[in-house]
Design a binder for this molecule. Structure first.
Ligand SMILES: Nc1ncnc2c1ncn2[C@@H]1O[C@H](COP(=O)(O)OP(=O)(O)OP(=O)(O)O)[C@@H](O)[C@H]1O
Ligand SMILES: [Mg+2]
Length: 258
């Protein structure tokens, strides 16, 4: 807790995220020969090496059971690799302790397919909760929450309960909650998996806008249409291995590092 901390600048100037990796040219996530084995089910990931650069947008795809959620859990360090190393914003899976992981999570936004909102709290209270748990100063909390809700297009829905919102709106609240702490990366595990086409497009556009403002996005999805249309970097898993990475294959039109 007492080590040197980067000057955060508090609010973070628009378009200039203050969190940068401490390794590589601009890598914020690095997997080096990562394997993950679960006690009863065996190998979930094997020999995974990849780098995600600052500000990048990356699709993570592959069949059910191929290891997408496991890979994302390793990024936010809910799971540790069985072999190899995961480094995220300078935090290493080999040495990270509870406090390091808690600090890392404050700089990560995480969004799930099933939204995971607190059902008995309003949209605004859900967003405020994400600030409260990080021990942010109380002053200015409401303004921050309101700003995040405005950013996701829900300025007028702050007092609605989750059950009073559509699926797409609930996911927007979840994204506002993920954004309110100014993350350097947004991790989204099938964020559109429960939504219809129209809501899917809206959420995807929102993630693109968030990315355009400087936040890296790693999004797991089965939606091949979305992937094909958007020509963003795509990493495909199969049986726990990276079988395709468009950044490593310029002919694939994945756009390389940016
Ligand atoms: N907590 C766990 N304990 C044991 N095995 C697990 C655990 N989580 C995942 N697995 C196993 O690891 C493998 C990869 O699962 P994972 O959830 O990462 O796949 P996925 O690509 O996200 O699939 P889906 O598209 O269905 O979400 C599967 O074989 C799964 O059974
Ligand atoms: Mg999954």
């Amino acid at each position: 807790m007492t080590g040197p901390r980067p000057a955060d600048g508090g609010t973070g100037a628009a378009g200039a995220p203050s969190h940068t990796g401490t390794f590589g040219a601009s890598g914020i996530i690095r997997f080096s020969s990562v394997a993950k084995e679960y006690p009863r089910t065996g190998t979930a990931l094997a020999g995974v090496s990849l780098v995600v650069a600052k500000g990048e947008f990356v699709f993570l795809t592959g069949p059910s059971g191929s290891g997408k959620s496991t890979l994302l859990k390793l990024v936010y360090m809910e799971e540790r690799p069985s072999r190899g190393e995961v480094r995220v914003s300078g935090v290493s899976s080999s040495t990270a302790r509870g406090g390091d992981i808690a600090r890392l999570r404050r700089k990560l936004g995480i969004v799930f397919q099933d939204f995971r909102l607190l059902e008995d709290r309003t949209a605004e209270q859900n967003v405020l909760f994400a600030l409260e748990v990080t021990g942010a100063p109380r002053a200015g909390m409401h303004a921050k929450a309101a700003r995040a809700l405005t950013q996701v297009g829900l300025a007028s829905k702050g007092t609605s309960l989750p059950r009073e919102l559509s699926g797409g709106e609930q996911q927007r609240v979840a994204i506002a909650r993920a954004l309110v702490n100014d993350p350097f990366v947004l991790i989204a595990d099938e964020p559109t998996g429960n939504l219809d086409d129209r809501a899917t497009r809206g959420i995807f556009q929102l993630l693109r806008d968030i990315n355009a403002a400087g936040t890296a996005v790693v999004m797991a999805t089965h939606d091949m249409e979305l992937i094909k249309r958007s020509e963003l970097r795509t990493i495909e898993l199969n049986r726990g291995q990276v079988v395709f990475d468009s950044a490593a294959d310029p002919a694939a039109g994945g756009g390389g590092a940016r």
